[in-house]
Ligand binder design. Sequence first.
Ligand code: 3PG
Length: 305
Amino acid sequence: MKKILIATEKPFAPAASEKINKIFAKAGYKVFTLENYTDKSELLTAVNGVDAMIIRSDQVDREVLDAAEQLRIVVRAGAGYDNVDCNYAREKGVVVMNTPGQNANAVAELAIGLAIYGLREMFSGKPGGELRGRTLGLHGFGYVAQNVFRIARALGMKVIVYTRYSKEAAAAIGLKNTHSLEELYRKSDVISIHVPAKGEHLRSVSYDVLKELDDHSLIVNTARKEVINEEDLLRIMAEKPHIKYLTDVEPDQKILFAEKFRGRYYATPKKMGAQTAEANNNAGMAAAEQIVAFFENGDTTCKVN
Ligand code: 3PG
């Protein structure tokens, strides 16, 4: 009997867990659950003897992979898999998958919510601004950005994008792809970041890019902290005293940001982009179905390593 571990430091909604469990019960698999854990040692113990794992932002590094001797597949219920050591997993013959698009609308709605919160001066009573008529710059054009685009257009925003990998998707809907990241940041009132924490995206939001921003612009980051050069962000926020930064992924120097930029910086206390009942259902069930399809039919459709 296959043994499946659902390891979620930030648990799925109970209804989603129920649906995931049903999928595995139907396949005849046994499920173990590790939720709200606070110490890595709990994960190291839990992975012992399991054939598959579903995770969220949980760290699956060498140590975890070494402790999981029987592991054949890890599915990250979500988009970004920078929390998994994919190369080492491949070396060990462990398949890594994600569930592309499944939580995209949830993250997109939060990005728009953060933009509104920033423009409305964080509900402080100061007169704020409106999204209608402003230009939104999408940094990246994957599933999340495509949902942000849909919502932003309905709100009456002008939308532009900078993408290298989704040019065709942007062109198909007549979206203007700027020639450079610098141009995107120069022409946007609101920037929404949607690139993964890998390759050339790491620290791609650097001073050279940030210096193009207008002093009253807003940066929304629902992607990863690693795509921003934090020192450069601190520098530009000091140089241009109206730029705001709203994020679902706390920077390393979160205390400094909060102290220096009161009213211009906001971070969700816990990463919340994908934390909706709908996204939990979609991503969790997709992950479970992918595991069953992998074991029963050898299906590796969403493999990322
Ligand atoms: C993702 O990469 O899918 C999002 O960042 C969601 O992360 P979470 O599952 O930890 O909420």
